[in-house]
Design a protein around this ligand. Sequence first.
Ligand SMILES: Nc1ncnc2c1ncn2[C@@H]1O[C@H](COP(=O)(O)OP(=O)(O)OP(=O)(O)O)[C@@H](O)[C@H]1O
Ligand SMILES: [Mg+2]
Length: 485
Amino acid sequence: MNSYIAKLLIVAVLILTIVSDALTPLGVAVWVGYVFAVLLTLWEERPSAPYIVATVSTVLLPIGFMLSKPGTIELEIAIFNRVACTAYVWIMASLVVRVKNSRLDDATRRLGAIVDGSDDAIVSLKLDGKVMSWNAGAERIFGYSAKEMLGNSVERILPADDLESGAWVHPVLRGEGSIQSYDAVRISKDGRRIDVSITMSPLKDGTGRIVGVSKIMRDIGERKRAQLLLRKTLDELEKTVQERTTELSQANRLLQELSSRLMQVQEEERRQLARDLHDEVGQLLTALKIDLQNAQHHSDHQSSAGAFTDSLGLVDRLLTQVRTLALDLRPSILDDLGLVPALRWYANRQAQRNGWTLQLNVEEGIGRLLPMIEVACFRVVQEALTNVSKYAGAKTIELVLRRQADEVILIIHDDGIGFDVAAARQRAQEGGSMGLFGMQERVRLAGGLLSIVSAPGRGTSLELRFPLVDEALATSDALGKVNIP
Ligand SMILES: Nc1ncnc2c1ncn2[C@@H]1O[C@H](COP(=O)(O)OP(=O)(O)OP(=O)(O)O)[C@@H](O)[C@H]1O
Ligand SMILES: [Mg+2]
């Protein structure tokens, strides 16, 4: 039965009893209805209800006595019965109150167990901020025992800046605002700042008046730290992705430039080859043809012998010319004999052409390397020595090739004018040149690293390093199969 129905029933029973009492003769025990009315307060919420009904009954009992018609029983007995009924009513009221209290005690005990067992801090405060209850969770989170806090102000766990920001609490307590959950910082007994999430609700007395506030405070330090870590990791990830994207698009652009530059170089080489074939080989063949025609038309032996001697000289020059062309295009010495003889041959030739003093420091027993590495080394030396002849104005060139621990190292050093490497790289990135970038790419694709050390007036050093894992040492099989660019 709910409290509202109980209230209606009590009023109905009281009215029915007094009306019946007035209408029936004295001696009819209708007044026992008052005991029943008190019993009904078991279902009424208000704690004082049994005593209120008992008081009303005590007033109604003599009224009923006076209104009743004379009855069949003695007046003294009728009076005794009503006095006894008054006593029953009050005994019943006190019994009902006891039952209600014991029910309340059970509920309070259960709630107390829940509050005590909670990991959260659950506290109740009076309106002036004095602590009324302080559970085990609050002791653990803030370090203050219940004994230290009960009756004292809760302000000792508030940081100075929170006293102001908590001003919204007061309208809530006056019932002018809604109950709120919010994150805040509290100070523990040992001075640590603790991040908590607070849920607050008003505490009301039996009449519905707000007499205090209950607060549930959850320690969210771990969550906050995890959130911070997550945010930091996400930021770093985003930064890395951005960096990688920029690097990728830069590499992409450079690759495009490299491939267009490659085509240009190819065209240039073809033009050069065509010019050489036309100007050199073509001229020599024409001269040879004329000599042979002369020999054919001269009948005397001496003239034709002279023409043949000229022709042989021309054939020699032709042979040298064709060999030089072939070597410039593709030094077969690199495929056939390996990097060391190829470098020796190429460096000597360039030194002769440019008038450099050459210091060759090449380890003979280095053996054959993977074709990719041999070709990368050779092409880098080609580009580096071309640069030296174009820009450096060097007198001495030093070429070092050695094996050190698990690496093959190649160093090309000139004592020329040097240059600003960072600025040259910047120019190369903007598409100004491709040599340095091409060298870098070749070395990288062959699994190595290229470093360039130079400064204006201090000469230039290029250092190539290739890790010497098993595969980097070529087998004759691998040499045969790889198509060298
Ligand atoms: N050994 C060197 N001594 C002095 N300056 C050099 C040397 N090597 C390179 N440089 C400078 O670095 C710049 C870049 O060289 P890189 O080989 O990339 O371009 P390039 O030779 O001008 O053009 P490309 O090689 O594309 O035909 C050159 O323009 C030159 O100024
Ligand atoms: Mg160059």
